[in-house]
Design a binder for this molecule. Structure first.
Ligand code: ATP
Ligand code: MG
Length: 324
């Protein structure tokens, strides 16, 4: 199978008044055609910066090193005009809050058909027919009626379905979904994720699903990258990650997932402490201060990324279950 995406040694820093902020450190990620990866980690760990960097959507204050190849071609140096041509047809994205991406004063039908006439050069009539088909595909009960609606007339879950319809309308090779369901209630979340998974399989799209919830990615991704303070600290095929977790941080994340059978009012275990200051470059493992298994070595030296050989990588001196 060919690789849709090859990110190698990607680092992103921002110039800030407090000094250089390291948002992503030396990330290496590969995605095959149709493969999906979940990127998880606490708020501020670098998930959004990593995905925006891949799409070429970073602000001017960002500095990048490392390589980003899409379909074998280096895209990290592409001028914006050429990148724009990739968006939609090659790479498409779905954001957390559809209201910021949908135009509030234009009808759903106009926004959906526009993407088809501009990107796929369809005629108005063809675009209309295809838009109806897409709305059906994302399970909108009355597609003709929906075409005439404005975004504010829709529920959060409906809007997110429309965003998904627009994102997949040109059958992209690679779909980014950055916290696509966090604004929705739990039942609707599950439906939207199910829909995304179905469409991904049907169109054989690769997908990067960003979330702070390890539970969300469990059933919807082939592999998982766990980020902490800008580092990819563990990466493995999904089943391997859950069966053979190596990182104390991943374990702590897993424990912080609310369970459906947790009685309301129960205090959920959160990970004590907070992320280190990303503008400082302290020695040792960035998780040391919060880790239940911390030892002297952890404070002295940052662990390198180790490869167990079966696609499982981790960054820890004292992994759970010991070294293999
Ligand atoms: N434009 C920017 N300028 C300066 N710093 C930034 C900028 N964007 C992000 N950062 C910093 O980069 C780090 C990573 O941020 P990022 O948004 O990727 O986190 P995240 O994992 O997506 O968090 P969340 O779960 O809250 O969305 C943070 O320390 C953040 O403050
Ligand atoms: Mg984010």
């Amino acid at each position: 199978m060919s690789n849709v995406l090859e990110v190698t040694g990607l680092s992103i820093t921002f110039a800030t008044p407090r000094g250089n902020l390291r948002a992503v450190n030396d990330a290496t990620i590969t995605l095959e055609q149709g493969e999906s990866i979940g990127v998880v980690g606490e708020s501020g760990s670098g998930k959004t910066v990593l995905s925006r960097a891949i799409m070429g959507l970073l602000p001017g204050t960002a500095t990048r090193t490392g390589s980003i190849k899409y379909m074998g071609n280096e895209i990290s140096e592409l001028p914006e005009k050429e990148l724009r041509e990739l968006w939609g047809t090659g790479m498409a994205m779905i954001f957390q809050d559809p209201m910021t991406t949908l135009n509030p004063v234009r009808r759903i039908g106009t926004q959906l058909t526009e993407s088809l006439t501009v990107r796929l050069k369809l005629s108005k009539k063809e675009a209309h027919e295809q838009a109806i088909e897409l709305l059906r595909r994302v399970r909108i009960a009355d597609p003709e009626g929906m075409m005439r609606k404005f975004p504010y007339q829709l529920s959060g879950g409906m809007r997110q379905r429309i965003m998904i319809a627009i994102a997949v309308s040109c059958k992209p090779e690679l779909l980014f979904a950055d916290e696509p369901t966090t604004a929705l209630d739990v039942t609707v979340q599950a439906q939207v994720l199910e829909l995304l998974s179905e469409l991904r399989k049907e169109f054989n799209m690769a997908m990067i699903l960003v979330t702070h919830d390890l539970g969300v990615v469990a059933g919807h991704t082939d592999k998982i990258a766990v980020m902490y303070a800008g580092d990819v600290v563990e990466m493995a095929p999904t089943r391997e990650l859950f069966n053979n977790m190596k990182m104390p941080y991943t374990e702590a994340l897993l424990k912080s997932i609310p369970r459906l059978d947790t009685p309301t009012g129960t205090r959920l275990p959160v990970i004590e402490g907070r992320l280190p200051d990303p503008t400082k470059n302290e020695p040792g493992c960035p998780f040391a201060d919060r880790c239940p298994y911390v030892a002297d070595k952890c404070r002295a030296e940052k662990p390198p990324l180790k490869d167990t050989g079966n696609g499982h990588l981790y960054r820890c001196w004292f992994p759970i279950g010991g070294e293999k």
